[in-house]
Design a protein around this ligand. Structure first.
Ligand code: AMP
Length: 193
């Protein structure tokens, strides 16, 4: 039976901070969806879907995909209640203030439970991106993405702190410890809401 009160989680963090890994672990732990906008775009680009092909031209350069395109893709996933009612972990969305405002609108009366800031220093994420060998991980795009993280995404840490949703987790800890810290934060939020 679907849990009507599944956790609603956002993972914030630089690329290479472990959002994808933790997103998968949390989805398995809570039996819910892992919604990665980057993965959605990679899948739709591979399938030749127009939105994905358009997104890829930004991704390959380390640029952000325009807000309206990203929001449309996310909103579509939220149109299916059966998919999101058991809970979800959003990985890589929102990345701009505009996206955060749109997410509030999409979620309506059932807002987020917790926003996890996966904290990892830049030199570490640069090494991780260099070694994972993804097609869009060129030196130039790695640098560009970190610049955009600072200017566009980092302000969301404050945005969610002001809304009392933020919890910061040390992303350098072993994967299982990072997961346990996030699960503990989620469970304590759900217990008090
Ligand atoms: P990721 O899989 O999270 O590393 O994302 C890969 C790429 O997809 C990013 O470098 C962006 O170009 C694009 N992307 C993913 N999510 C977003 C988003 N929320 N806003 C803008 N661009 C995004």
């Amino acid at each position: 039976m679907a849990n009507p009160r599944g956790p609603r989680i956002v993972l914030l963090g630089k690329q290479g901070s472990g959002k994808g890994t933790q997103g998968a672990r949390l989805a398995a732990y809570f039996g819910m969806q892992h919604l990665s906008t980057g993965q959605m775009f990679r899948d739709s680009a591979e399938a030749g879907v127009a939105a994905g092909v358009e997104a890829k031209s930004y991704m390959d350069r380390g640029e952000l995909v325009p807000d309206d395109l990203v929001v449309a893709v996310v909103a579509e996933r939220f149109e299916n209640p059966a998919e999101v009612d058991p809970g979800f972990v959003l990985d890589g969305f929102p990345r701009t203030r505009q996206q955060a405002l749109e997410l509030d609108r999409i979620l309506g009366p059932r807002p987020l439970d917790v926003v996890v800031n996966l904290d990892v220093p830049s030199d570490v994420v640069i090494d991780r991106m260099r070694s994972r060998g993804r097609e869009d991980d060129t030196e130039e795009s790695i640098r560009r993405r970190l610049t955009l993280y600072d200017s566009e995404t980092k302000p969301l840490v404050e945005f969610y702190r002001e809304r009392s949703l933020l919890t910061t987790v040390d992303g350098l800890a072993p994967e299982a410890d990072v997961e346990a810290a996030i699960v503990a934060a989620v469970v304590s939020r759900l217990g008090t809401s």
